[in-house]
Design a protein around this ligand. Sequence first.
Ligand SMILES: [Fe+2]
Ligand SMILES: [Fe+2]
Length: 186
Amino acid sequence: MARAAFTRMRDGTAEEYALINAREAAYNRTLHLRVLDAARALGAAEPDPGYAVSRLVHSLQSATRAERDGRPVDYVVAALIHDIGDGLAPYSHGSYAAAVLRPFVSEELCWIVSHHPVFQMHYYGAQTGDDVNARDAYRDHPWFGATVEFCERYDENCFDPGYDWLPLEHFAPAVEEVFSRKPAFR
Ligand SMILES: [Fe+2]
Ligand SMILES: [Fe+2]
């Protein structure tokens, strides 16, 4: 059987669903490659966002700094893809990246990635008319400090053309490791 014959899901047979599940499992085994492609695509976005470095270089600097600080592989990968949603979710890019990571990393790391956009406002809000204290809404949250730390060390400072960032290929094994884990459905 090359493909299922049903036209409505309710009519599918166990054999057809076995085929589909096998195909899905094979597809999901290459998830890490699609994540890398999405990161790579940040470097080709048009128009360029206008920062001193591209979104891809920003992401590579973030991951490189995290790795050089001795952060665990999950954290390095989260840093690499924290802005991966810029293309399709420009108004909710933090939660987009968190959704990609969620089955494979801790809730804390997902929370950091999900909330980084509002925490980042602290660094540019005075210039753009945005609320520099927006992050204070989360001041009592247990992961407030960790999110401030992420933005301080691996985001707001990662626009430096003079920093010696590592190439995307360097992070391919880390991306494969994280996205090959047994996923938690959450
Ligand atoms: Fe961001
Ligand atoms: Fe960023």
